[in-house]
Design a protein. Structure first.
Length: 435
């Protein structure tokens, strides 16, 4: 985790202190269940909770022990025994390290997902506000980066809203899938621990029992979780790239907020660069880069190996922390985005009405001209606009073949901008469920 791209709320989930606290809770809840089953004395479970519930686990001490024993869970249990005393001998009865590690990792993934869901909610609220603000603000739609037909800026925001709403649905499903607990012992057979212990721990930790584990929770669950993070990152980049294009000097239909005192370039004082959305493009690449390692973690040897462990120690914190930062940054970009409707209109007017070419084409076919000839007539007049800077409407009216099929009034009617926005309300109802 790089502090520059980390928020404390998410980073704290993956801190050693939080990890060891979760490890303790897993062990202590398991001990409660073992006590209820009569496997260990109830007094032992009570003592463990009493002495360690509010204890500050010494990360440096645990690291010191690990340097000797070369095992992180054993190092933690040894330190726990230093705090608890003789009753610590009952901790970890019938359990294996993966019971603690995997259950903890899933708790952390769930906590991270909850924060990411909050991030998405904030982003959705900002997108909805800007969508309704510019619901009928006309702008040119582009395909292949070239002027196509008119849309509205509100529709751009509505599209992003719908996409991130799908992202939210996917993340909810991924959270559900990764929210499992395994307290099944070596190779997952429950030979040395009762399945009821797993059920108790799962309920206490807000998880579900893993239906069948080996010595680890199956990693297809985590592969799906990180795949969803990758999809969300791609959606972040998609909107970021849109803003970056709109901020280009030749376009300048919208731009990132440039705060008082902000500097755009160390060399050129005039610069106002889309640095936030460029940063988001880079962060999205990082999150997507963690998807393939998560997929490769699925294939483990037999009942367990640890080839996945080093991967997850990195992609768990880095993937969620980076995406959390990116979503919050994107929300700020959307919320403060400076929009220039006048420039949108100027850009739309640059091609002399070519955005309405399809309407003229369709009108000619309706007037009895073949589609091939209609296309030829429209295109030859459109090329005069491209190549000579002519006015499209005037050229159409001056074309004898076109004027033989359409009156001047009929041609004028085909340049009505409102024609292209007549179904905006319908689209908004589909997206937002309201007018």
């Amino acid at each position: 985790m790089i502090p520059r791209y980390s928020r404390p709320q998410m980073a704290d989930i993956w801190s050693p202190e939080s990890k060891f606290r979760i490890w303790f809770e897993i062990e202590a809840h398991a001990l409660d269940a073992l006590a209820e089953l009569g496997v260990v004395p109830k007094e032992a479970a009570e003592t463990v909770w009493a002495k360690a519930r509010d204890a500050e686990f010494d990360v440096a001490r645990i690291d010191e022990i690990e340097r000797e024993v070369k095992h992180d869970v054993i190092a933690f249990l040894t330190h726990l025994a230093e705090i608890v005393g003789p009753e610590a001998r009952f901790v970890h009865q019938g359990m294996t390290s993966s019971d603690v590690l995997d259950t903890c990792f899933n708790v952390q993934c769930v906590k991270a997902a909850d924060l990411l869901l909050e991030d998405l909610d904030a982003l959705l609220a900002a997108l909805k506000r800007r969508a309704f603000e510019h619901k009928m603000t006309p702008t040119i739609g582009r395909s292949h980066g070239i002027h196509a037909e008119p849309v509205t800026f509100g529709l751009k925001m509505a599209q992003a809203y719908a996409e991130f709403d799908r992202c939210r649905t996917r993340l909810l499903a991924a959270r559900e899938e990764v929210a499992t607990c395994a307290i099944s012992g070596a190779v997952g057979t429950f030979a040395n621990i009762d399945p009821r212990v797993e059920e108790h721990v799962a309920e206490a930790m807000g998880l579900k029992p893993e239906p069948v584990s080996t010595q680890v929770i199956p990693r297809d669950r985590h592969a799906m979780f990180f795949a969803v993070l990758g999809v969300i990152a791609s959606s972040v980049e998609r909107l970021a790239v849109e803003v970056r294009h709109l901020q280009r000097t030749e376009v300048l239909e919208a731009e990132e907020y440039f705060s008082p005192g902000q500097k755009g370039s160390s060399a050129m004082p005039h610069k106002r660069n889309p640095i936030l959305t460029e940063n988001l493009t880079g962060l999205a690449r990082i999150v997507r880069g963690m998807v393939t390692p998560a997929l490769e973690n699925v294939a483990l040897w037999h009942e367990r190996d640890i080839s996945h462990s080093s991967v997850e120690r990195m992609i768990g914190p880095d993937g969620t922390v980076t995406l959390d930062f990116a979503l919050v940054r994107l929300t700020s970009v959307v919320d403060k985005l400076v929009v220039y409707p006048e420039n949108m209109q100027k850009n739309m007017d640059k091609l002399g009405g070519l955005a309405h070419s399809q309407r003229v084409l369709l009108a000619l076919t309706q007037a009895g001209i073949s589609r091939e000839d209609s296309y030829r007539l429209v295109q030859r007049n459109a090329m005069k606009v491209w190549e000579q800077g002519a006015d499209f409407r005037a050229e159409l009216k001056a074309d004898p073949e076109v004027s033989a099929a359409l009156t001047d009034a009929e041609i004028d009617e085909k340049f009505d901008l409102g024609y292209h926005t007549k179904h905006v309300d319908t689209i908004f109802r589909r997206v937002f469920g309201e007018s």
